[in-house]
Ligand binder design. Structure first.
Ligand code: FES
Length: 90
C-alpha cells in the first residue's frame, strides 16, 4: 500500500500521477517509458541507465530548464516536464 501523498505533473502535455519522494524518472518508468530522448549523433534511444546522475542518459526539461537529470530530480506538483521524445511527436 502506498501512503505517500499523490499529486499531478505534466509530461509532454499529459497529466501523470506522482507521489511524494518520486523522481521524475520514477514517474516516467511507472508510465511505461523505457526511453525518452534520442542521442544527437546516432539517434539512439536513451532513458534511465545509471540511476545515480553519472551518465546523463535521462536528461529532460523541467519548467523550461534543459538538461535536468530525471533520475535525480524530484517530481513536484504541477511541474512541466518535456522529453525529446515528446517534442518529436509534435
Ligand atoms: S540515468 Fe544516468 S544520469 Fe540519470
Amino acid at each position: 500500500m502506498n501512503d505517500r501523498a499523490e499529486f499531478t505533473l505534466h509530461v509532454d502535455g499529459r497529466e501523470l500521477s506522482a507521489y511524494d519522494g518520486d523522481t521524475i524518472a520514477a514517474v516516467l518508468v511507472r508510465d511505461g517509458r523505457v526511453s525518452w530522448r534520442r542521442t544527437r549523433i546516432w539517434d539512439r534511444p536513451r532513458g534511465l541507465f545509471c540511476g545515480i546522475g553519472a551518465c546523463q542518459d535521462c536528461l529532460v526539461s523541467v519548467d523550461g530548464v534543459r538538461g535536468v537529470r530525471a533520475c535525480l530530480a524530484p517530481a513536484f506538483p504541477e511541474a512541466y516536464v518535456s522529453t525529446d521524445e515528446g517534442s518529436r511527436d509534435e
